[in-house]
Design a protein around this ligand. Sequence first.
Ligand code: G6P
Length: 367
Amino acid sequence: AELEMDGHGTFMHKEMLEQPASVQRMLTGRLDPRFGTARLDGLGIDARELRMFKRVKAIGCGSAYYVGQMGAAMIEDLARIPADAEAASEFRYRNPIIEPDTLYVAVSQSGETADTLFAVREIQRKGGRVVGLVNVVGSSIARECDGGIYLHAGPEISVCSTKALTHMAVGFALLAVTLGRVRDLSHADGTRIVDALQALPGQLQQIVDAEEAIGVVAKELVDADNLFYIGRVRGFPVAREGAQKLKEISYQHAEAYQASELKHGPLALISPQMPTVAIVPDDDLTERNVGALHEIAARGGTIVAITHDTVDFGDLPVTRIDVPRSEVELDPILLTIPLQLLAYHLATALGRDIDRPRNLAKSVTVE
Ligand code: G6P
């Protein structure tokens, strides 16, 4: 049954709706609520070694790279280790400096993406330590890494990735809390994150249950040829991934931008013909995000906000999609889900081939 659509019409739809159950399965046995941490035996790195890393670098391609950016933020937030992400396709060709006290994380659904695989080999050739965040068990990247975290998302058939990305983000949360708890993350904060992880499946269910309302919002956007997706700091990788999703399956052009950078250039493009999808979590940047939205509205731009019901937009004309709140560090995991559904419904309204978008392959194994 895993390789059938089970009445969904498309694999993408089936895979989006599987997320509450698949994340539940992924978390099984990996949380340690008593000590407020995760159990990641597959990493093959003990606590003493784990606390020696001075830096974390995620590498992956496409959406896996964007989730790497989300993950790097979680690691900086929870473990206070400098972390960043880079496209593996760039990293492997630029003679990267490989440091012995950096933990490299190769992120891949298929485990066969050539650029990511060759980046892994480049790291290892130069003596670096690389772990995998991989879905396909026994795949090349999974085998060649020094250890890792399997995503356990099950088979993903749709070219456009959904559940595997969510599992990558959850995998980073597990890694971040683990790295945090061998360093300065307190027991109380660890417990706060573990509790939030346990709540994710139920919250994912709430989001997929709101599919119909998201479909209505998608209809408002079908005539737009160009869209902005904006977010800042933790919200920016969410915007990048959302824009990517839309481009891949609807063929509408979407550009992701830091909300903070809008005023330094792209604001010139805002008009009633250029809608903006804004990522507005309830955090210390909400007021600034709402400020950017005022600039957009003043120029006639329409706004869809992916937000929380605790955020007040005052008299701003905003079409809102409310997502349940997690903890601020983990909110990006949930904020990403409506963007999958939005892209899906837009592409469906435009009559696109959802599971087989033109020019794209599920797994790019050629160089
Ligand atoms: C291809 C797919 C993307 C995917 C990327 C990385 O370009 O079309 O959707 O994000 O490869 O794939 P991976 O299997 O390494 O996660």
